[in-house]
Design a protein around this ligand. Structure first.
Ligand SMILES: Nc1ncnc2c1ncn2[C@@H]1O[C@H](COP(=O)(O)OP(=O)(O)O)[C@@H](O)[C@H]1O
Ligand code: SF4
Ligand SMILES: [Mg+2]
Length: 339
């Protein structure tokens, strides 16, 4: 694996810094450029959101961080500096399998879209806590882990946690299953929680509750969080900063308010038009014309050009540079170059 030439450092107050991450899948149909030149950082105690339509590279970006990329996928290059609990700074992508396994599920935890996939139907909720803790700390007794499980189930607002801890997954509703998965993910007190579309499979009222819960827990435990979603509306109250991804690349980054009220990239602006406004009961949502391109032969130049209402000649030929619009506000788009 190559690493980029320049020196990348983790600044004070940052827990993770990813630089120039490249992930490809070598399929029979061709090479899928799933994640291209992706850079971002997460501060201690902050929530960032990765936003974009399905197929834009959000999941693969975050799975790559703990080397959860399976064949035919390959992390081609990049750096992912992480500040461990003990203060040590490591490049996650350079760790061997055993070293990364120690961090995954412990200092970095995941909550995925489908809670059923995260829970083994043959085992009780309590057993999942025991497995998760024992994988990293062998000296904790089962009794103490069950105490912890009950405490965490209570914190995620599961009623009668003493009873629920003995339940099997099928005895819980979808919302309760996702709450349990969140509680299990907290059992080792991660420094960084990655929540990948954690509410997509739940109904709308439960979605709001789960997001509120994640936000509360993140504050209570001082964790950092990466929230992945295809719905920009979801990030409004949850995230501090937002990275918008399109076709495997980051196209805009900024504070939450900037992205909502002052977005610059045409793709972000179209994504915003597709967000339901809770204040308006009936509203025609605009969907973005066209689809995310195949990443086997992504469009040259700006990957958004086939769908962009402002596309110019240069957009079809040359990749747009990263342009600073403001402190913390960056966009990759030819519209903002001074020529
Ligand atoms: N196992 C795989 N084999 C081939 N291509 C894959 C595989 N997993 C993901 N991809 C491709 O990588 C790109 C990014 O996928 P993903 O990160 O899952 O998107 P998102 O999470 O934004 O919906 C997509 O083009 C997808 O088709
Ligand atoms: S670089 Fe060109 S095609 Fe891409 S978003 Fe900007 S204006 Fe549209
Ligand atoms: Mg995904």
């Amino acid at each position: 694996m190559q690493s980029s030439g320049e020196k990348v450092v983790l600044n004070d107050g940052e827990v993770l810094r990813v630089e120039k991450l490249e992930v490809r899948f070598y399929t029979y149909a061709g090479v899928v450029h799933a994640v291209s030149n992706v850079s971002f950082y997460v501060r201690e105690g902050e929530t960032i959101a990765l936003v974009g339509e399905t197929g834009c590279g959000k999941t693969i970006t975050t799975r790559a961080i703990t080397k959860l990329i399976e064949s035919p996928g390959r992390i081609e290059s990049g750096i992912a500096l992480f500040r461990r609990r003990n203060g040590q700074i490591v490049d996650l992508l350079k760790l061997d399998d055993e070293e990364i396994r120690k961090i995954r599920g412990d200092e970095i935890a995941y909550v995925f879209q489908d809670p059923s996939a995260a829970l083994d139907p043959l085992y009780t909720v309590g057993y999942h806590f025991i497995e998760t803790v024992k994988a990293h700390r062998n000296n904790v007794s089962k009794k103490n882990i069950i105490y912890l499980a009950i405490k965490l189930l209570r914190e995620v607002a599961i009623p009668s946690p003493e009873v629920r801890v003995k339940n099997y997954p099928h005895e819980l509703s979808g919302g309760m299953r996702q709450r349990s998965v969140i509680a299990i993910s907290l059992s080792n007190m991660p420094k960084l929680l990655i929540a990948d579309e954690p509410t997509t499979n739940l109904d709308v009222t439960i979605q709001a509750q789960i997001l509120e819960l994640l936000q509360e827990l993140q504050k209570r435990y001082g964790m950092s969080m990466i929230l992945i979603t295809h719905n920009l509306g979801v990030v409004a109250e949850t995230a501090n900063r937002v990275y918008v991804m399109y076709a495997g690349k980051i196209v805009e980054e900024g504070n939450c308010e900037t992205i909502f009220y002052n977005s610059a990239h045409p793709y972000t602006q179209l994504l915003l038009k597709a967000v339901p406004n809770p204040l308006k009961k009936i509203e025609k949502l605009e969907s973005i014309p066209g689809t995310v391109p195949s990443l086997i032969n992504p469009p040259p130049g700006c990957r958004f050009h086939p769908r962009c209402p402002f596309a110019m000649d240069i957009c079809r030929k040359e990749e747009p540079p990263k342009i600073k619009l403001d402190d913390n506000h960056y966009v990759f788009c030819w519209l903002y170059t001074k020529r």
